[in-house]
Write a protein that binds this ligand. Sequence first.
Ligand code: NDP
Length: 341
Amino acid sequence: MPDNALSTPVYFDEHADLGILKDKCVAVIGYGNQGRAQALNLRDSGINVIIGNIEDEYREKAIGDGFKVYSISEATRKSDIIMILIPDEIQPEVFNKDILPNLSENQVIDFATGYNIAFKDITGLNPPEFVDVIMIAPRMIGVGVRESYLSGEGFFSFVGIYQDHSGSAKEILLALAKAIGTTKKGAIETTFEQEAHLDLYTEQVFGPAFGNVLRNSIKVLLDEGYPPEAVLVEIYMSGELSFTLKEMAEVGIVEQMDFHSPTSQYGSLTRGANYIDPKLPEIMKKSLKEIQSGKFAREWARAQKRKKDPLKPLKEAAKNIPLVQIEKQVREKLRIKPKDI
Ligand code: NDP
């Protein structure tokens, strides 16, 4: 493993001063998962926040929460800092149509992911040189951003500066990060590219590889005749796995083993080597190269242009495997109530 020298800055509350935001107006564009959470946290931190949203139920929600809501163009004109919290796929179109023509010198644009800037030649989102461009990318879903602010725990994020026209981008970035609640836990400095690559890597490499191990583990047991109800609960449906992952994050990969029985520890420590596949890192590197080179971003852009809903056939195919049918029956039998998503 290369010796990466832990030299990346990590910012905490004491590194940020909210004073720089005192006379500023922040426009949160989009009032969805991240938009609502970040807007409420900013307001509770004493920041002047307005919302920019199209006419729909999210707009009504923002009004219900007591915010002044404007069109995206108007919110852009009225504010000093514009936080773009709409889905990534629509950002280039909305930016070019509603935000770009209304920008003025020294405004600040904040993104919650580096994707559209990291791949700007593909996405077509090019901020003008007369604004600051910063990023606060939470490693947390919107509900968690709000709940961890209220509990005082905070949440991790990746923060970065793409463009510092005003000369104050860093102070503004850190103040916003503090007001949202992320410096309470830790804001880790990355470039926009690093953030986007890491995000895509988790989605395209770790996630599918882990999913494949999970499915194979289930298949072996079902093929051997073990009861599906017990197999699914054993492997993931009990929720024990998520506790283990949480313990890993909190105490360490090896240290969390102390929460398990000596039999469990002996078994996993002596059998782990059976699953070392020397080909796996090579396959993972190949996927990373596709991410770094923009091959994935180009493919995704083409897929969105070609079909109205490119995800639909992929999701249908994913649902069309025997495990999904078994899972449905087991969930019903175990009276696991469907959750609204
Ligand atoms: P959501 O899907 O929750 O955003 C919904 C918001 O976008 C609503 O206000 C919606 O308003 C608006 N919107 C949707 N379509 C349009 C459109 N065509 N024109 C104008 N507004 C539109 O987004 P997220 O909160 O999930 O993501 C926002 C940003 O945060 C993204 O950059 C994402 O990568 C990042 N992020 C998200 C995380 C998450 O957990 N979800 C975690 C970390 C970062 P309307 O209904 O009116 O269209």
